[in-house]
Design a protein. Structure first.
Length: 131
């Protein structure tokens, strides 16, 4: 059994296969995941698991150097946006439109679907390096 805190084998596998600047998406339950992109579906019921809990779990394992967030997140879901900033620390934030974010999902190694139902609870994490 793994000693690290992240137990989900699909997420762990994707993270272990990521290289520098590869990307991983985390989205709410309504985010359309493009055909051909690996879907890791965690959604159980409304808001379980939450977007923030999933983000925090992923950040236990994944070194990030940049995040991509829709401008609409900051505008519509300010509280969530502030929580995201608290989770990611001093990391570059790139803003795009929600439509652009959905297009950017096409190059993600995978997209994790949560049960979140907060508008624009979506993010793309770009892998950094640990050295």
């Amino acid at each position: 059994m793994r000693k690290t805190q992240l137990l989900n084998s699909q997420i762990s596998t994707v993270i272990s296969e990521m290289g520098h600047t590869d990307s991983l998406g985390i989205g709410d339950c309504g985010l359309p995941i493009p055909n051909g992109v690996k879907r890791i579906d965690l959604a159980l019921i409304k808001n379980l698991p939450s977007f923030l809990d999933t983000l925090k779990a992923v950040l236990l394992e994944l070194q990030i150097e940049e995040v991509i967030i829709a401008k609409e997140t900051e505008e519509v879901s300010k509280e969530l946006y502030e929580e995201i900033l608290n989770c990611i620390g001093n990391v570059k934030v790139t803003f795009v439109t929600h439509e652009e974010l959905k297009e950017d999902l096409r190059v993600c190694k995978a997209v994790i679907r949560t049960g979140e139902q907060t508008p624009y609870a979506n993010i793309i994490l770009k892998s950094g390096v640990v050295f």
